[in-house]
Ligand binder design. Structure first.
Ligand SMILES: Nc1ncnc2c1ncn2[C@@H]1O[C@H](COP(=O)(O)OP(=O)(O)O)[C@@H](O)[C@H]1O
Ligand SMILES: [Mg+2]
Length: 160
């Protein structure tokens, strides 16, 4: 509820929703995004994998700077699902550039199923992962969601 006051946007703070699959990370991130959009805050939602593919394509087409500026301009950027798919070193560098552009200027909401310790493996470069995490977490609230998957709940209830 506090996040929907959008105070974190004024403070240029980030939010990280951390938890296993189905606990409601995307649900919460989207709800905050809707609250922001309703107040006419420029808001953009993208899955991490799609973001990286788009940045890679832009780089190949010599328009990386434009694309980075595009993603950097939103007052609120939601990057969903960090950690499900591997990210190679070149991709990690692109991701770092965007996070660095937004650092202390714009708010980003990230969702991840992976503990911060394992980000070194996800980004296949511990130093780069550390630089990314450093910038994300400097001004951030981390919400660690522990619980059963909403997706499996009904099925598990039936088994009881
Ligand atoms: N608080 C909630 N109450 C009821 N349903 C919820 C709640 N949070 C999430 N859900 C539903 O559970 C499912 C999984 O949530 P989702 O946000 O996609 O999980 P995650 O992103 O953590 O994998 C979705 O259908 C979502 O709408
Ligand atoms: Mg999700």
């Amino acid at each position: 509820m506090d996040f929907t006051t959008l105070r974190f946007l004024e403070l240029k703070e980030n939010i990280v929703f951390l938890g296993t699959s189905g606990v409601g990370k995307t649900h919460l991130a989207t709800s905050i995004g809707i609250a922001a959009a309703k107040k006419r805050t420029s808001t953009y939602f993208i899955k991490c994998h799609d973001l990286i593919l788009n940045l890679k394509r832009a780089k190949l087409e010599n328009r990386l700077e434009n694309r980075l500026k595009h993603y950097a301009k939103y007052k609120l950027l939601i990057i969903d699902e960090i950690g499900y798919l591997p990210i190679d070193e070149d991709e990690a560098k692109l991701f770092f550039q965007l996070i660095d552009l937004r650092y202390e200027k714009k708010s980003t909401i990230l969702t991840t199923n992976a503990s911060f310790k394992s980000w070194g493996e996800i980004f296949q470069d511990p130093k780069l992962a550390n630089a990314i995490l450093d910038r994300i977490l400097h001004h951030a609230t981390v919400v660690n969601i522990i619980g059963d998957s909403y997706r499996l709940k009904d099925h598990l209830d039936k088994e009881k």
